[in-house]
Write a protein that binds this ligand. Sequence first.
Ligand code: ADP
Length: 903
Amino acid sequence: MFMEGDVLYDNEDAGKMFRSFNLISQHFENQESDLHQHLFTKLPVAILVLKGDHYIIDATNDVNLAIWGKGPEVIGKPLLEIMPDFSEPNHLHILNDVYKKGQSFYFKELPITLTREGKLTTSYYTVEYQPLRDVDDNITGIVVAGFDVTSHVVDRQQLAKSEQKFKDMITHAPVSIAIYKGRNAVFEFVNEDYLKRVDKRYDELIGKPFFEVLPEFAGQGLEEIFEEVFTTGEPYYAKAFSASFTRYGKKANYYSNFVYYPIRNANKEVDGIMVILNDISDLVQSAKATEESEQRFRNLVMQSPVAMGFFKGQDLIVDMVNEAMLKMWQRTDAEVMGRRLVDIFPELKDQPFPALLNQVYETGKIYKDDEAITYVRTPTGELQEKYMQLQYLPLQGAYKQTTGILITINDITAQVRARKQVEENEQYFRKMADNVPVIIFLWKSDGYSIYKNRQWYEYTGASEEEAQGFSWLNYVDINSRPEVQQTLFNAIKNKTSLKVEFQLRRKDGKYRWFEKAVTPRFDNNGQIEGYIGTMSDIHERKLAEEQLKDAEERLRLAAEATGMATFDMDMQTYNIIYSPRLLEIFGYANTEDQNVMPRSKLFERIHPDDLAIAENAMNRAYQNGSYTYEARIIWADKSIHWIKVEGKIFYSPSNKPMRMIGMVEDITRRKQLEQHKDDFMGIVSHELKTPVTTLKVYTQLLQEQFKSVSDAIPGNMVHRMDSQINKLRLLIKDLLDTARIDTGTLQLDYQLFDLNKILNDVVEELSVTNHTHRIIKQSSQSFMIVGDAARTSQVVFNLISNAIKYSPNAQEVIINAQQKEKFVWCSIQDFGVGIIPDNLPNLFDKYFRINNKILGTYPGLGLGLFISAQIIRLQGGDIWAESEEGKGSTFWFSLPLANIHNE
Ligand code: ADP
């Protein structure tokens, strides 16, 4: 297996490509796995990672598996079990030296023979063995990277062969060749054919003057030819030259064609002659032999799958080019043959190649470039950028003089582009990562940090070297460092994700709260490839949470002091953290050790008739952040209790409801008292109704009687008495209505009526009695409604009266009505004292009056709005108010339109 191949240690140039590949792949090892995959599969490099002294195959790629002819099942198995070929002693020696001594090996063109599809096939690889080290620099395995260079080796071998063939051609050519040096023509070189021709051995001729060893030739005209070539310096051609000499013991006249070439020394003076001589008797045969030999060289070039061409002379005239070359050039044979390279490709003039070719021609030294950028114009005129692996091999003639150049070109544009794409993808990933507003980082599977985005450096002011490994811990607040470290090590040990919060030092020395979230990334085999994580600034949230905690604590203390229960509900999970008092209020035994329960556990105690109240309160809370309701609950023993719940939603900085903190109060006692009061009021108002009605009748009679009396005073008194009785009757009416509502006996008298008419009537009635405000009605459209006209009129009366009552300094009240889908919306707007937002939700409660130094002076029971709301809601509508303190209020009510509107 390991028969040959140069072993190079630390050869900078040779290992360059593999080292840079390793860097890229190390980098990607812990990044997006599709990039990683891309790199592993698209580059034609075989990768193999061995672990431990049994050389367990830890990772490899498709390229390598294809070479081995194996599948991914080899992962996790010992190398030598999978590839018995590799247990050959030389190879074992290498593995041991890498693993035990940490040596690196680099083999250029290592022949590897493997059984493939039943056949032994030898391929050549440039292979690098490198120890794999962990964080502590211990060797844990071996990384092998291999690149198939078979085609290079084969090409070169073929070229070497052809060069040899040229030499052989001269030595073995069926033409006589000799070189004579100096005026006396001393033999310097003779080929086999020549020796045969004169029937001498090599040593008999070399170093001796021509006429001394071959005296027979004297006087046959050769001396003159020698003389002429020496003096003129011109080659001499002879055709059918006849000479008489002994050959194989037989003296005869032999005929030959020959050329005498002058050979010049460094001073350009002729100091020798080369003779090439063709025996005419053997002419046909020898001509044929030469042709065949050349043909063989031609075939070699022509059949090569690699683009090749032979270019003759310093001008590089196309002598032969093979198919592959023509294809690459996108030219036909006829277009290029016999033409100069620079004429075919004028664009080459501005590129370095003509100079390089000239240099090869002049020096006779081979030139190679593994990744030359070339620009070639296609026949349609566009300039294409291509990456070429190229070789210029000078071919030398008999005098070691370059006669032409054999050019071999391999178009590697696709491979180079693929590699550049990988590099670009990496750039792209980095750019992307640098532009997100969180810190992003990558860890190896042992937690060693290998990458951080720009945000890290900007925040901490750390340098690149400082950012490697575990040094980020230095930026973590010293008090939480041990805990953070422990969480981290546990997560790595258990291969889980982790989330920790800590304060991180900024470059100005200030600390801010960060949340670090790290998740493992697994490869296809379920092995941890590494971790990806983020650190996000949660400083604002943390501060808000702390404030919340304080608020919560204060509330809890206050609530406990007054016998109320507190709760803290998570708005995502609806889990409730509660104080022990809450269980008491809801009638649960205090047996739980944990003070957390789901909201549903509280809801299941709510009286079925009151569930809607609680649900509605929650819906309102989602809109305005505050939660309040009163409802009945039923304990396990069937006893009924009243609770009052009040809460406030706390939002995240992104305005998401996070928690609700609130209190629950047992108001059973208060409700009982209210009930007594209601009962009492009901009885009193009922009992008052008859005597007051009687009083009213008598005052009317009295008024009649005093009409004719001349003294105005008694009449006036009776009149005032009557208006006070009217007020009293209204109060009693309100109280009776309230009693009816409480007992559910408020009856509505349904009929079809026009809201517009009612508005007109009430406005007219109030305009007579009120002289302070102008009541402006803006709409005049009819709105037909099925409902109780008298009760609706009562509502409108009440709302307009309130508008006048609570806007003593204003002059206007504006009434409007409009259609909203299947409802009519009616508004009563005033420009008076207004209502503070906190009071808006309770406005329609029974006996609700705003306690205010100024407002306290207005008379009333706080029942008008309560009754109005009941009337409107009984008719399927709704009532609500908008207000701004000091600027005025708008009261709205809606009622469903009769069907005729929708036709
Ligand atoms: P009252 O008999 O006290 O007017 P209501 O039920 O009609 O009872 O109103 C309840 C409370 O609502 C009032 O005491 C007042 O504080 C407030 N209120 C009602 N209407 C208005 C308004 N137009 N502007 C300001 N406050 C109002």
